[in-house]
Design a protein around this ligand. Structure first.
Ligand SMILES: [Zn+2]
Length: 284
């Protein structure tokens, strides 16, 4: 799937799709509640009230840069909290290449945050070692986010696997740049600090020729949270801050032409609906 934003092109590369799983992601979203939101069907839920989600990377092609925003789960990784995320052998890189983006054509990798499903393809396994997948690229990690995870590698509440096999090898290879929300890429890309889901979560705003697209990362996991911004994801780091961030982000872009793509859903516009919001699909 592909979107145009002025002179910028955004391509979604899907790694994994799922149906259901509300219990693990947004536990408040019971099938009965989801069925009360018919606007979710068929793009974001089925008529049984099961949520549709995906794990994907977004390739952003500006006039000056080819950027991968978030890198999914990756192949051959182990020690992940979900059995279906271990030992993957997906054709993700082949899909990317077929879409016109071979790994060595990528200039920048930007991780909205350093959770397991957003850093995986940073590295791949070669002769028993984790090496950078995008060998020509600089990798941009939020400084706040990086510092937190680097400081909690020995914390049993946070399995160290994603950091050790998908973040540290990039730093060791000298390819990482730690950035703050003021960082800009070319004329088109700016960042928005959206903490809560993780300590230093960043969202990406593309602005080109009067058009805007927000890559929200996991500030919302599913459009069901547009209607219920107070519903948290089980994996939110600071649920209260996550709720404030989500509500502020939705309010800022509601009823504007700005489109939104999330870390696990794509893509439409936010419209206000009573004291909350809903999503309207747009044609890619
Ligand atoms: Zn995620």
């Amino acid at each position: 799937m592909q979107w145009s934003v002025g002179r910028v092109k955004v391509t979604k590369i899907v790694e994994q799709e799922s149906l259901g799983g509300t219990r693990f992601i947004v536990p408040d979203a019971t099938p009965q509640d989801v069925q009360k939101m018919p606007w979710l069907v068929p793009d974001f839920a089925d008529d049984q009230g099961r949520l549709k989600m995906s794990i994907h990377a977004l390739v952003v092609e500006t006039p000056s840069h080819r950027i991968v925003v978030d890198t999914g789960l990756g192949n051959d990784k182990e020690g992940r909290p979900m059995p279906a995320w271990n030992g993957l052998k997906t054709p993700f890189l082949e899909t990317m290449t077929a879409a016109g983006y071979p790994p060595d054509s990528i200039d920048l990798v930007l991780c909205t945050h350093l959770h397991v499903d957003h850093v995986g393809w940073n590295t791949r396994l070669v002769d028993g070692r984790w090496v950078p997948t995008f060998s020509r690229a600089r990798y941009l990690f939020g400084r706040t986010e990086y510092d937190y995870w680097a400081g909690h590698r020995d914390d049993p509440a946070h399995p160290p696997a994603p950091f050790d096999d998908s973040v540290q090898p990039i730093v060791s290879a000298g390819l990482a740049d730690l950035i703050g929300p003021e960082h800009r890429i070319g004329n088109e890309i700016s960042l928005i600090a959206t903490p809560g889901h993780s300590p230093g979560h960043l969202s990406v705003l593309i602005d080109s020729d009067g058009e805007q697209l927000l890559l929200a990362g996991d500030a919302a996991h599913h459009p069901v949270q547009f209607a219920h911004p107070d519903w948290s994801a089980t994996v939110d780091f600071d649920p209260a801050e996550g709720r404030r961030t989500r509500r502020a982000l939705l309010a800022r872009f509601a009823d504007t032409p700005t489109r939104i793509i999330g870390g696990h859903f794509a893509g439409g516009r936010i419209v206000s609906d009573g004291d909350a919001f809903r999503m309207v699909m747009d044609a890619p």
